[in-house]
Structure formats: C-alpha cells, structure tokens
Design a protein around this ligand. Structure first.
Ligand code: NOJ
Length: 718
C-alpha cells in the first residue's frame, strides 16, 4: 500500500537518501518521542475494533516496535495507531521469533547444523523470511548463534552447535537468507544475531545464569560467530541475559560499544533481551529499572525490550545529564535507519492473505524434507539392520512419538501448521511396501511413570520382525528456560526400550530431541539408533525415506554427544590436561570418551580417506597452503560425505584446543567413485589465535592438520 501523498517533509520523501531522511526526522522529534522509539512493547493480540482489548494498554502511537507474532489485522490495527495517532507518523516495527520456519517448520537449528550444508540453511531462512514478512513480521529475532558446550542448557537446540567456525558459517548463511539483497521487500526481513554474548556458558546449563568466561575464551569461542554475522550484514543484535564476569551484558560497555561499535563497526540497533533492563535488579547491578536504563543506554543499548524503562525514564536521565542527548540520538538514528531500510514508511501495512506462490511453497516443502533428511544422524547400525530389508513383513511401531505431530516441531514454532506435520506413522504408512504390515502400540508416555502399556508393546514386538521404537523429548523440554540436570530420556522410555530388547527382536531406536540424550545403557541393546532431532513439518516422510533406504543418512553431529550427564562439558575443541588425554586426571567412575564425537554419523555406505597431500610443508604469512584428500565411496550405494578439516597448534604462547574445525565440505559421492576434497589454508585466517584483547596472533612453528582420521604436519615460517 504505497502512499501517493506528496511528501510534506524530507523524511517522508522516498527519493531522498536514507541518512538525510533520518536526520530530518530526528530534528523534528521531541525527547519523549525519541525515548518512545527506544521502547519495544509486547503485543500478542489486539482487536482493532475494540480499543479495550487485552493488549490495548501496551500500545502507544509513538512506541518504536512490538514483539511477538500477531495476525495481520491486529498488526495493521496497531500500525494504524502509530501512523495516524502520532504527531510524525513514524511506523512501528513488528518483531518475532521465527527460529526455524514461520508456518512451514524446518528442523531445529541444531539439526540444521548437522546437515553441514550452509546453502540449505540460507534457503530455509529465506523461505521463513518470505512467510514471516508477508504475515506481518518485519524483524526476525534469529539466528541464535550462541556456541555452547552444555547440552543441559535447553537452548542448545536453537543454535548451530559447538564449533565457533561452524556456527560462524551458518550465521552468515542465515543472515544472507533472511535479509536477501534488500530489506525493502515482502520476501525478506531484518534479522537479529542473538544473544550477544556467551549466554551459552550459563553455569551448570541453568538458563539465565551467571557466566564466568575468561577474555581469551570469549574471543576464542563465543565472539567469532558474532563477528561473522556482523560482517555478513545482520541488521540488528540482541544482547544476552547473562551476567558476564560481573557485568551483565545488558550494561556491558566493553562488549556493546568497544567491541561491537568501535572494533567491528556495527551500525544497526542493539536491543535487549526480554525485560533485561529490569533484570539488572535481580542480577545485583541496578537498584531499579530506572537505574538499569541509565547503565544500559550508556553501555550501548538502543532498544528496551518490554521493561518500559526507556519510555518512562529516559527523559529524566537526559534532563539530569546522566545520559547525553547525543547518546539518545545515536540510538534513534539506528532505529529510524532500519525502518527506512525496511521500507515501512512507504509500506506500513501488510496485505491480508498475501500468501507466497504455490510454486514457492512447493520449493519450501521440498527444502524442508531435504533438510530433515540431511540433518538426521545415524548413530548405530549393527549388522546393517537398516535400511529395513525387503524380507521384513511385520513392523512394530512403538513409542510415545509414533503418531505425534507437535513435539517433533521443537520449540519456538508458535505459527507452525501443526496439523500439516507428517507424523512418523503417517510417513511409514505412505512408504510401506504392499505386503508389509505395520502395527502400533504407544507403550508409554514421554514423561510419566506409567508402565501399563509395556505388556501390549512387548507382545506386539514378539509378533513382529523388527521394532521401530520412537522416543525422545517433548518440544517443551528444550528451548528457553528448559534446563535439565540429566540427559536421560524422560519418564520410563528407556525402560520400555530395554523391555522390548529383551524380546530378542531387532530394535531400531528413533530419537527425537532438542539435545543429545544419554544412550549408554541403550546402545548395547539397540540394533540401530537414529537421531532425528526435531525435524519439523516433514518428520515422517524423512524418517520413512531413511528407514526404507530411499535416502542414505548423511547427518554428522555438530555437537559432541556425551555418554553421561556427568561428563559435561565435553567438546572437541577442549584444551589438553597437564597429563595429556589419557587416564590421568580424568573421572575415575565414568569413561573419558564421548558416546559419539563431534562430526560422527554413519551412512549406508563406507568412505575411505587417502593420506592428506600437502602442496608444500611450509607456509609463510600472507601465503596459502593447499591440502587435498581423496575420499572413496567403497560401499554399494551412493552417499554424501562431509570432510571436516581440523587444525591443531600444539605449542603456542596461549595454549590452543586439541583441535579446531577450520573448514568443512559436504559432497555426494556415487558408489565406487572418489572425490577430492580441498582446503586452502590461509595462515591469517586459519592458523591464528586471539588473545584476551581480541588481537589475532600468528606464531611460527609446527601445526597439525587432520581430516577423516588422517593427520599431517606442516610449519609456518616467519
Ligand atoms: C527471550 C529470548 O531469550 C529471546 O531469544 C527472544 O527473542 C525474546 N524472548 C523474545 O521472544
């Protein structure tokens, strides 16, 4: 709905450069109007015909933005208030958490990472942005790029795993996907890197907790994805809840201003997380929200998500001189700039029923299925029990997840089309060969202790050739505020699995979860195990294609999968102990090794790696060293392999992790064929480390390069 009115002021004239429109508008605003732009209010519902409706008191004509998904009429109703009842007619922005799809639901981000295909991530974000923008979301609070090593933390499901490099690659892909070439389009939306920073280091995996992270680790592990996301052009950043080394990020000048602005040159707005200004009080940093506002704004925050401190107290602080007018103007500029870039001054309203084309929807569905298939990780396949053999005539499908359409969507999916989810049962039935029977028994629920269903499930198993047991976590068990002290399967699911294994029938365990779960007691008893994570709308068809062998599993773990909760934290990029990686210093009551390593995942075929070929054995700063490895598909079926290239710097003035992922590539390899994977090592990019100030340091000496079980050394010369 473009406005054909002649512009009365420069800021209303779309032909003017954005910077000039911003300055013109800023010069016309009162202090309170500016303060209100910094306010992000909360609207979940609004009836435009009933001004008394639930959210009405949270809607003000001059508020800058709103959080949460609302339908188009409600969104337009709120926007009408901004456009028509405010003095300057500044449109509001509408932000929401579109984390892994809007209506069509893709696998959770942790699963997406296991597909190791950034292009699929880019396309899924692009599709999600089209659906979101057309339904009224201008601003997406994603990607979540918090590295974490703690699967007790429920938000591990929302991120892309434990490798800072891997998360950086996916961060860039997500930004490009959401934002496309221009923000002024009904197919793109502004995106938000979150939660800046080190939120994944929450003590004990307890959400919202204190984080104690050394400056070196901050630069080594937690900051790189944000630097990559800023370089990729992310429109906004959300600060994290955590108190970091005694200064909550919401009020952390070093991070919000010195790193983000001064060092990285980030130009967009930084918004707080939910009520974070108010929460500075719980964190013992501010006496009240007014106090908290002063600290946050002076530290570099631009938008106050739902504390309403900016609207209530900013003018006070400017009047007392504790917050400068320049600081406020800087924030307002960033917000207005984003609004102009999104084109909302010209198109404040969203068309009703502006659906994406059927062709695009079909593409999206195909993509959702591809991503679901490629993200599933085959953990065990004894005696090649999978794919299910053509001799199988009777399949028992058991477990609380078998017909589910909702838990498999994971957290953050409130606009998802739950009814359209393909359940595992549905997927299997559609793919079932004509002469094969499929019978079902639930066996137990997810999280209670009732065992009444065990007997029927065991009986069904006895009468079958193979058991497919579908277990896991409910959607509400991962995501925000879902920390768990143990990775055990909830309820009596593990017991059910063991009871079924007692029948002697082969059991294929299909696990849906938002985090790795403890499998150490089950692993010896299950014939096969497939982690499907939370695959989204296409769950059932993807599972069926893998189980029946139409799709060869290719997912590889983007997180280390511990044997037991007591091993946490356990990650591939840890540092060595003083006595090496043997028994010395390790726990004496549990194993030191993970159940499954980072990068692990089986296939229905086998791949062998040649020794690594290095073009030279030395490299100089500014140079490049080409490494190659030939991977051969030695099995009988085509498959996809991901080559993970790790670097280890064995001696450095700041000690370095055992290994760090520096490059990866996934490729399909036909049966019997070979493929050469290459890694062009650039010393400044791949062989440097950061000190606590963030300086990049390249030290001469020996380095180790590893891929697919092969290892070679080379040196960096001065
Ligand atoms: C709190 C969450 O931490 C954040 O990820 C989300 O974007 C906001 N709430 C808004 O829903």
């Amino acid at each position: 709905m473009s406005q054909s009115k002649v512009a009365a002021h420069k800021y209303q004239d779309a032909t003017q450069p954005i910077e000039e429109r911003v300055e013109d508008l800023l010069s016309r605003m009162t202090l309170q109007e500016k303060a209100d732009q910094l306010c992000q209010s909360w609207v979940t519902d609004f009836n435009p015909n009933n001004p008394q409706s639930a959210n009405a008191q949270r809607i003000q004509p001059t508020y800058g933005s709103y959080v949460y998904f609302i339908d188009v009429p409600a969104r337009n109703g709120v926007q009408k208030i901004a456009m028509e009842q405010s003095r300057l007619g500044i449109p509001a922005l509408f932000g929401s958490d579109v984390i892994h799809g809007c209506f069509l639901t893709f696998p959770i981000p942790l699963a997406q990472a296991c597909a190791w295909d950034p292009e699929l991530v880019r396309r899924s974000c692009s599709f999600a942005a089209s659906e979101a923008r057309r339904s009224g979301t201008d601003w997406i609070f994603s990607p979540m790029i918090d590295v974490t090593f703690d699967p007790r933390w429920g938000r591990i499901s929302e991120g892309y795993g434990e490798s800072p490099y891997g998360v950086s690659v996916f961060a860039e892909a997500a930004v490009k996907g959401y934002q496309g070439e221009t923000l002024d389009s009904s197919d793109t939306a502004a995106c938000t890197l979150k939660h800046f920073v080190a939120y994944g280091a929450s003590e004990g995996g307890r959400d919202y907790s204190y984080t104690d992270v050394s400056p070196v680790r901050l630069w080594e592990m937690y900051l790189p994805p944000y630097e990559a996301g800023v370089k990729a052009g992310a429109a906004a950043i959300m600060s994290s809840f955590n108190d970091l080394n005694g200064v909550p990020v919401t009020a952390n000048h070093y991070l919000l201003t010195e790193v983000l602005r001064d060092l990285w040159g980030f130009k967009g707005p930084v918004l707080t997380d939910w009520d974070s200004i108010g929460q500075l009080v719980h964190q013992g940093f501010a006496t009240d929200a007014r106090d908290g506002l002063k600290f946050s704004i002076n530290a570099g925050i631009d938008i106050d998500m739902v504390t309403y401190a900016a609207t209530n107290h900013l003018a006070h602080w400017v009047q007392t001189g504790e917050v400068s007018q320049e600081r406020v103007d800087e924030s307002v500029r960033r917000i207005l700039h984003l609004k102009f870039a999104l084109g909302v001054f010209e198109h404040p309203y969203v068309k009703e029923n502006d659906k994406i084309s059927p062709e695009r929807r079909n593409e999206g569905e195909k993509l959702a299925e591809d991503l679901a298939e490629q993200s599933m990780v085959l953990l065990k396949n004894a005696d090649n029990v999978l794919p299910i053999s053509p001799q199988t005539k009777r399949i028992a499908l058991i477990g609380p997840l078998l017909a589910d359409k909702s838990e498999v969507l994971g957290s953050w999916r409130y606009a998802a089309e739950v009814a359209q989810t393909i359940s595992i049962e549905q997927g299997l039935r559609e793919a079932l060969p004509a002469n094969v029977s499929l019978k079902t028994e639930c066996g137990c629920d997810f999280d209670d202790d009732k065992r009444d269903g065990f007997a029927a499930a065991v009986e069904l198993a006895r009468q079958s050739d193979v058991v497919i047991l579908c277990v896991g976590e409910k959607a509400t068990m991962s995501g925000e505020n879902t920390s768990r002290s143990s990775l055990r399967l909830p309820g009596v699911q593990e017991e059910l699995a063991l009871a079924l294994a007692e029948t002697g029938k082969p059991v294929v365990l299909v696990i849906s979860s938002g985090r790795p779960v403890e499998l150490q007691r089950l692993e010896p008893k299950m014939q096969a195990m497939l982690s499907i994570w939370q695959p989204g709308t296409k769950t059932g068809s993807a599972v069926a294609r893998i189980l029946f062998g139409q799709c060869n599993p290719s997912g590889r773990l983007a997180v280390t999968w511990p044997r037991s909760s007591g091993q946490i934290p356990l990650f591939h990029n840890m540092h060595l102990r003083a006595r090496g990686d043997g028994d010395q210093g390790a726990y004496k009551d549990i194993s030191t090794t993970p159940q499954y390593e980072f990068g692990y995942g089986l296939s229905y075929t086998t791949f062998t790696y040649s020794p690594i070929v290095l073009k030279f054995t030395t490299v100089k700063p500014g140079g490049e060293l080409m490494a190659e490895v030939t991977v051969t598909n030695t099995g009988k079926v085509a498959g996809s392999e991901t080559a993970f290239w790790f670097i280890n710097d064995p001696v450095a003035s700041i000690t370095q992790p055992i290994k760090q992922l520096k490059h990866f590539e996934k490729a399909a390899i036909p049966a019997g064929a070979s493929r050469v994977f290459k890694f062009a090592i650039k010393p400044e990019r791949d062989l440097t480390f950061r000190n606590g100030q963030g300086d990049s340091i390249l030290e001469p000496g020996i380095f180790n390069l590893m891929v697919g079980g092969q290892k070679v050394s080379f040196s960096v010369e001065k």
